[in-house]
Design a protein around this ligand. Sequence first.
Ligand SMILES: *Cc1c(COP(=O)(O)O)cnc(C)c1O
Length: 361
Amino acid sequence: MDRVYNFSAGPSQLPIEVLQQAQKDMLNFGGTGTSVMEMSHRSQAFQDIIDETEASLRKLMNIPDSYAVLFLQGGPSLQFSMIPMNLADRGDTVAYAVTGHFAQYAIDEASRWCNAVKVSSSKETGFDCIPKITEDDVPDNAKYVHITGNNTVYGTMYHKIPQIGKTPLVADWSSAILGTKIDVEKYDLVYAGAQKNMGIAGVTFVIMKKELLKREISDTIPTMLNYKILFEKGSMYNTPPCWSIYISGLVFKWVEAQGGVDEMVRRNTEKSGMLYDFIDNSKLFSANVRKSDRSIMNVPFTLPDSKQDEEFIAFAERKGLINLKGHKAKGGCRASLYNGMSLEGVKELVKTMKEFEKNHV
Ligand SMILES: *Cc1c(COP(=O)(O)O)cnc(C)c1O
């Protein structure tokens, strides 16, 4: 079978060049006689891989020296716990914008450790928008404000950074990092799992102000959850996810070769624009996210009823367009258009939607 167009929200489609390079290196990486999977993480060869991967990311995102880059495990889901444990003491007040599925998980986990308060929520309207947050919404004693930059399930994203004054800003950019412009210096901590736009599952990137590593934290925090120790050990307190880190390195080189993040933004704007345009003019398909808050990465859409959603998903699948089912929390359909998805893939999707529409209205 030929390769399909995979619209999965994550793990997601990788650029073919990345897979081909991994295939080439599979049995014998760089003349070492071993694959990266079999290599000691204490070897020079692996140290070079992790150093180059970090350097590429720093270049792509303009990360200043005053920020640490950590390669961690446990997914963004573990960051939901690590962030309050490292940036606040037990019982401290921390603030969350609740704009979707993962934002809800984030505040729920923070509530186990802190007094986590909502600064905004779009729950009542089905998470169809990004409510504005102002400095006045943030409690004076909040240790940080947490936002979810791109809401993977509901298809909304922040197009502007909230102006919240002096309180540190923390953001989960898992599903749009390297696909949209992120001004790192506007944040105190940015994190993202790799399996959407940066590679494969297994590694999570944390980009944080080194200043934050100076905080004294409770010695009840497990070593593996302590940013300071993980940083001091070069993200190798224990065995890191070597293969996942190596794949991210390939993805970063690929992004750079394509023209960097600016080019990714241009492509993602074009891809998502083409799809939204079609949907907005369709008699069958609709998208219910507030236009100004639409994500350029994840595009949820629906047909008039759930039976038709299913019919369309099956129809598309027969044409080699897979994983168009929406997240179970929202239902309907969803097309994720990460960096690995080509313009051709989105053209095929629109063509398939048109064809389905012609037979159904
Ligand atoms: C996918 C995703 C997560 C969860 O990732 P895991 O690897 O399953 O922990 C968290 N936040 C956002 C925004 C995501 O898109």
